[in-house]
Design a protein around this ligand. Structure first.
Ligand code: UDP
Length: 256
């Protein structure tokens, strides 16, 4: 058991327990992409990948963070791609939002199995499955040390879960939004395709917008800019990557 009562399932986990003094951000929103939940599979859920995400979340929890999660749905359904095949965009997007709820439930289950208290709130009412999104309730859950999972994106078609992440982070007054990706920050070009791509340590919101960098969609970046919400982009591949970032260690790009 960890100091906050969480089950330790990995042998390599104990030495990662963080030093609480270095915490840079108290209330955080961690954006978990749908892709991260499928690991190396082409679709759906990979149990080990979900466990690894949970390990990172639990380490951040042990560090003393109040944690919000926004989960994507791209591992199950991406509205825009399906709309391209002829389905009406709004219907496709609603299906995408339902996919984020499936992922939210998977994450909730995996976290609660480890002994962490969570609550899932959905932007689309589904009362027998989870709470509706109510900001004041979310605040209360966070104060009580529960991890809050925000599902169904913004509840509106034509948006993304990145925008939902920024929106919720602003509403519940998170200190930072953390976006875990496959690479260790924002690059001038795709580092997998261009050897000369340069990684930025720091960026201004306007630079991301002007250069049309694909780190988050423009709506999300603009909303973060208007509300002065810092965004940290980092690689989720390391065992305690999230915790490192929260302690100002490791490689990442900060957009502010
Ligand atoms: N979606 C939406 N409105 C929102 C959030 C999501 O319509 O506010 C839909 C959209 O179709 C999107 C899908 O849900 O493609 C899954 O979300 P996203 O692509 O952002 O997930 P991720 O890329 O993080 O896995």
């Amino acid at each position: 058991m960890t100091p906050r009562g969480i089950k330790i399932i990995s042998k390599t986990f104990t030495h990662l327990m963080p030093n609480k003094t270095d915490l840079k951000y108290k209330r955080i929103l961690f954006k978990v992409s749908g892709e991260a939940m499928m690991g190396d599979k082409g679709f759906g859920h990979d149990v080990d990948a979900i466990q690894r995400i949970c390990n990172q979340i639990i380490l951040a929890y042990e560090l003393g963070c109040e944690i919000c999660l926004v989960v994507g749905g791209g591992n199950i359904f991406r509205g825009i791609s399906v709309a391209a095949t002829g389905m009406e965009r709004a219907s496709a997007d609603y299906m995408g939002m339902l996919a984020t709820c499936i992922n939210g439930l998977a994450l909730q289950n995996a976290l609660e199995k480890r002994g962490v208290q969570t609550r899932m709130q959905s932007a689309i009412r589904m009362d027998s499955i989870c709470e509706p999104y109510i900001k004041r309730k979310a605040d209360r859950h966070l104060e009580k040390g529960r991890i809050v999972i925000f599902a169904a994106g913004t509840g509106n078609p034509f948006f993304t879960t990145d925008t939902a992440a920024v929106l919720r982070a602003v509403e519940v007054k998170c200190d930072v939004i953390l976006k875990g990706t496959q690479v260790d920050g924002v690059y001038s070009a795709d580092p997998k395709l261009d050897k000369n791509a340069v990684r930025y340590e720091k960026m201004k919101y306007n630079d991301v917008i002007k250069q049309e960098l694909k780190v988050m969609d423009q709506t999300a970046i603009t909303l973060a800019k208007d509300n002065k919400l810092p965004i940290i982009v980092f690689s989720i591949k390391g065992e305690n990557a999230l915790c490192d970032v929260l302690q100002g260690k490791g490689k990442f790009t900060i957009i502010n």
